[in-house]
Write a protein that binds this ligand. Structure first.
Ligand code: SAM
Length: 397
């Protein structure tokens, strides 16, 4: 494909991504993969270049653009060599018209930017949300140690006890250590969220929103496969992905429990008042993960944020029912909106007087939230991680 033809293909795919974002349809990655399946003439170099163009354009547009062409015109403003490829050649995009208006730039739609700034995320902090994320690995201590792992490339040693960092886009899926479960791909901030649980061998720990088990696997390693570790979620598909991952990681201790939305406690009844720790890795808007998923900015809506806040508060109440006296809840969200983080903790503490927020003393991040209801915030700009809010609540009875 010529460079111009790649730009035109990227524009066509962006049109589909924009339409899908509008109706909350398939994510960008899936749309790009499907296009590649249906257009076999595009070789691997073409596919890589088209993907770069698409993600460059997505990052360059703040609010959702009207069309793929407007999005690419906006990208051409920040990457002038892209502008030269609007050359009207065969299969390429028509030349840029004098009256054509590119899509708007910026971090996100104005209402989102306002909310971020109300949550103390603005300027460099906000812009860094759109950086390219590096590739972070966690060494699975059930199978290996960071010191004696012989990997294809030497990574940067991170301050997380088992973390290694590689440049964005490093392909690790074929590495023998990945194939046999000695390493997992996990953001450095996410590794600290797991460490914050302080899970120890012999404890009873519930990962109530376990998803496909990214954090559960780290908890199993911290517990040295010894004790009770429950992975629960309301999403059957995600939960079912834990089994093969746990097998590969040698994390035999994980027990999976599918929850019924709205009746979560009934499936967890046997653990009421028994858990040493409950990890609530709550469903959220994901504003802290835009580096990996920049198109998520185009999918946010206000009513969904309200719905997330309700679920987050409900999950905190459910977690509280599971914890034994002296136990703890670790609340984690990969959103940087206060209403999904610090505000949820303040609201919980206001009506649960036997609980208190306890500092986590992590060697990363900054305290965040109101006096007496503080957690730790990690951000791409300050910590080089995805954005997270992590709070520890302890039950004194
Ligand atoms: C942030 S994701 C979890 C990611 C996962 N812990 C990981 O590290 O890969 C939030 C999860 O919460 C789940 N969820 C949503 N509502 C829930 C509910 N009422 N009870 C339990 N899990 C819920 C979603 O299905 C989703 O998998």
């Amino acid at each position: 494909m010529t460079p111009s033809a790649r730009v035109q293909s990227a524009i066509t795919i962006l049109d589909q991504i924009i339409a899908a974002a509008d109706r909350k349809g398939a994510p960008a990655d899936r749309i790009i993969a499907e296009w590649a399946r249906n257009n076999r003439y595009a070789g691997s170099k073409d596919r890589r270049a088209i993907r770069e163009l698409i993600y460059g354009a997505i990052r360059a547009c703040g609010p959702i653009p009207e069309t793929g062409r407007a999005a690419m015109l906006r990208y051409a403003e920040v990457e002038p060599e892209v502008a030269q490829l609007f050359d009207g050649s065969n299969y390429g995009p028509p030349a840029i018209g004098t009256k054509e208006i590119p899509a708007l730039g910026g971090v996100a739609a104005p209402w989102v930017v306002k909310r971020l700034s109300g949550s103390w995320v603005s300027g460099d902090e906000a812009e860094a949300l759109l950086d390219r994320a590096p590739l972070d690995l966690r060494v699975n201590t059930l199978k290996a140690g960071r010191e004696n792992l012989d990997l294809e490339l030497e990574g940067e040693v991170l301050i997380a006890p088992n973390g290694l960092r590689y440049p964005s886009g490093t392909q690790v899926e074929q590495w023998p250590a990945f194939v046999d479960g000695r390493i997992e791909v996990q953001d450095h901030g996410s590794q600290w969220a797991c460490t914050a649980v302080g899970a120890k061998p012999g404890e009873t720990v519930i990962d109530i929103c376990a998803g496909a088990g990214g954090k559960t696997l780290a908890l199993a390693a911290a517990m040295e496969n010894n004790g009770v570790l429950i992975a629960s979620d309301t999403d059957r598909g995600r939960l079912s992905r834990i089994r093969p991952r746990a097998e590969k990681a040698g994390a035999g201790m994980i027990e999976r429990i599918l929850l019924d939305p709205g009746k979560e406690l009934s499936a967890l009844d046997a653990y009421k008042g028994k858990a040493d720790a409950v990890l609530v890795d709550a469903p959220c808007s994901g504003t802290g993960t835009w580096r990996r998923n920049p198109e998520a900015r185009w999918r946010l809506d206000k009513s969904e944020l309200l719905r997330f806040a309700e679920i987050q508060s409900r999950l905190l109440r459910i977690a509280a029912a599971l914890v034994k006296p002296g136990g703890r809840i670790i609340y984690v969200t990969c959103s940087l909106f206060n209403e999904e983080g610090a505000d949820r903790i303040a609201a919980f503490l206001a009506s649960n007087k036997q609980w208190q927020a306890t500092p986590l003393n992590l060697p990363i991040g900054r305290p965040h939230g109101a006096e007496g209801a503080q957690g730790t915030r990690l951000t791409p700009f300050h910590d080089g991680t995805d954005g997270f809010f992590i709070a520890q609540l302890t039950y004194t009875q």
